[in-house]
Design a protein around this ligand. Structure first.
Ligand code: PRX
Length: 567
């Protein structure tokens, strides 16, 4: 089958984003609304009865939704939000497992001009509080199983006017809570979407940095232009594909490529609302005849660990194209996937902030296992010298990955934090915060992060958030969190803790602190190991030197420690 991108060199020549605008029938200055593009437009093209969503729960039960279903159900959500008194521009949080209501309400929020704020449903109350407080969120959509976390923080977030419970049934609800059942509400067939334009805010995704609490990367409706085209050219979605993106929409992959990309292309997508198991995943591919699969290196390493025997028990011949994102895809994983599935995983690199893929391996392109590939057409990417912030001319030399601002899905600011947004730019380049080199053929090779952010299983966790939560435990006097190497998750969290005078280190206390973090933040942020120490290395100005702890953990050179406190 001919891929959508055809020849990369041809596409690169004279590339202009207007290719995407034309395909979408969008002209500069027109209104543009992602919710409308992902449902109404596809129906207008005569595909209303086409399957948009095949959903499966952990027990293997299925639900099916056509494009006309997602159009009318998202209208129903949009109409309901307006009737509640929610206004365009207000932040509406989606705090749900991967149930159909998550995907469909996302479109509904966008249709009424709201800003969708998806949050990972495994977040504990502290993680939730930080993000709802920062965004001054007006409403949250959730399930009964998660509502207690919202109840516990309710007093601290007076701006949260509505807690919409999508599966309340006959259960009695409490203060500010209201039931809304998507399928039992009269469907709204016609809804005039709020006239959003290219620069109207659409989605707010929180992401972690080295310092301070997580920041909300704010996207706009024009992001569709890159998300649509990268989906078409890199994921190579074609009309008959059945596509599976394994990411949760609490993270950017799950919205850009788990909602907007496939649905704006009018493709059928399948969602599995269940945890990981190799057998379960293969059975899902076999049952729904998945053709295009977008996943992450940690999942691929877990599949590798379980071996090829289990692969042979399933008919996976429907698979046509495989892609990966979130962490370095090691060469072994690419080679293994060729052996196991007869096809390589194609690595793609991007970030919450970039909104869409920026460096990728295209279908048909020669893959160099271990490389992230080349910039997508329309993306100017380079590596910069870390001191002069000038592009490095010499192939193979490591520098900071940097992008020329201006692609359609670039984030527009960090919510309420313009200063940190501004600090991400040097010499008119956007600095990603990662290190890489470029080989003589123009392929990018990832080296590592350029900051203290921990990447565990493809999810970024901020050390500051963990350290702040640790300090809330009565036994903890000082703390530092770093990533330690892990064969499956690439990194897991390791915490260094100095105890208050009345406490003694022991296994029970270690377990108690781990669980404390799991409940407050999330299972991802939970330290897998706690090292009890007398004190932590600090600079003379009192800042904890995580860099030193990390270098010791990774057996790397310690570097300049001239600012280390020496008393
Ligand atoms: O460090 C890079 C790593 O994940 C970071 C972005 O994380 P996030 O904003 O959560 O978005 C993840 C999904 C788009 C990057 O700065 N990363 C992402 N993709 C790759 C990667 N590291 C190596 N190789 C990749 N392909």
């Amino acid at each position: 089958m001919m891929s959508n991108i055809g020849s990369y060199e041809q596409r690169l020549k004279n590339f202009d984003w207007s290719v995407s605008e034309q395909e979408l029938g969008y002209k500069k200055g027109d209104p543009i609304n992602i919710g409308w593009y992902c449902s109404d437009r596809i129906c207008k093209m005569g595909k209303g009865s086409k399957m948009a969503l095949i959903w499966e729960d952990f027990k293997g039960n299925n639900k099916y939704y056509t494009y006309d279903d997602i159009r009318t159900y998202s209208n129903t959500f949009a109409d309901y939000f307006l009737k509640l008194g929610l206004k365009p521009g207000e932040r509406i949080c989606i705090f749900m497992d991967r149930v159909p209501e998550l995907y469909i309400s996302f479109l509904g929020i966008l249709k009424m001009g709201g800003i969708a704020q998806p949050l990972f449903s495994a977040f504990g109350e502290e993680s939730l509080l930080t993000r709802l407080e920062n965004a001054k969120t007006s409403a949250i959509l959730t399930q009964l199983k998660h509502v207690s976390k919202v109840r516990r923080i309710l007093k601290q977030i007076p701006h949260l006017r509505h807690i919409i419970v999508v599966d309340a049934g006959t259960t009695a609800l409490k203060e500010r809570e209201i039931p809304f059942n998507m399928e039992e509400t009269t469907r709204v067939d016609k809804f005039e979407y709020y006239k959003t334009f290219a620069d109207t805010p659409s989605v707010l995704h929180y992401t972690s940095g080295t310092t301070g609490q997580p920041k909300g990367a704010q996207h706009v409706h024009y992001s569709l232009i890159s998300q649509y085209l990268t989906t078409k050219w890199v994921l190579d979605l074609q009309p008959d594909d059945i596509y599976w993106c394994t990411a949760d929409p609490g993270w950017v992959t799950g919205t850009s490529y788990g909602i907007i990309g496939p649905w704006s292309n009018g493709v059928t997508q399948a969602v599995l609302d269940s945890g990981f198991s190799s057998d379960r995943w293969y059975a899902f591919i076999e049952k729904h005849k998945i053709t295009v699969w977008y996943s992450a290196p940690t999942a691929i390493r877990l599949l590798m660990r379980d071996g090829t025997e289990i692969v042979k028990k399933h008919d996976l011949s429907s698979l046509r194209h495989l892609c990966s994102v979130g962490e370095p895809l090691n060469a072994e994983a690419v080679l293994w996937s060729k052996e196991a599935f007869g096809k390589p995983f194609h690595d793609t690199f991007w970030q919450t902030e970039t909104g869409s893929m920026v460096i990728t391996n295209y279908p048909g392109m020669n893959i160099k296992p271990g490389s992230m590939g080349k910039p997508f057409p329309g993306i100017t990417a380079t590596v910069l010298d870390p001191i002069s912030f000038k592009p490095i001319a010499q192939p193979g030399k490591v520098g900071l990955i940097a992008l020329k601002p201006g692609w359609p899905s670039m984030f527009r600011t960090y919510w309420n934090n313009q200063a940190i947004y501004d600090s991400k730019f040097k010499n008119d380049w956007y600095i990603c915060g990662d290190r890489a080199s470029i080989d003589p053929d123009g392929y990018f090779w990832f080296v590592g992060r350029d900051d203290d952010v921990i990447n565990t299983g493809g999810h970024l966790v901020g050390p500051f958030e963990i350290e702040s939560a640790l300090l809330e435990h009565p036994a903890v006097a000082e703390s530092a969190a770093i990533g330690k190497p892990d064969p499956i998750n690439m990194e897991v969290v390791k915490a260094f803790v100095a105890l208050k005078p009345d406490y003694e280190p022991n296994d029970d206390l270690e377990l108690e602190i781990m669980n404390f973090i799991r409940k407050k933040l999330s299972p991802l942020a939970m330290p897998q190991e706690i090292a009890f120490v007398k004190s932590l290395p600090k600079t003379r100005s009192g800042k904890i030197m995580r860099r030193l702890l990390r270098a010791q953990e990774w057996n790397e050179p310690i570097g300049d420690i001239s600012t280390l406190e020496n008393d």
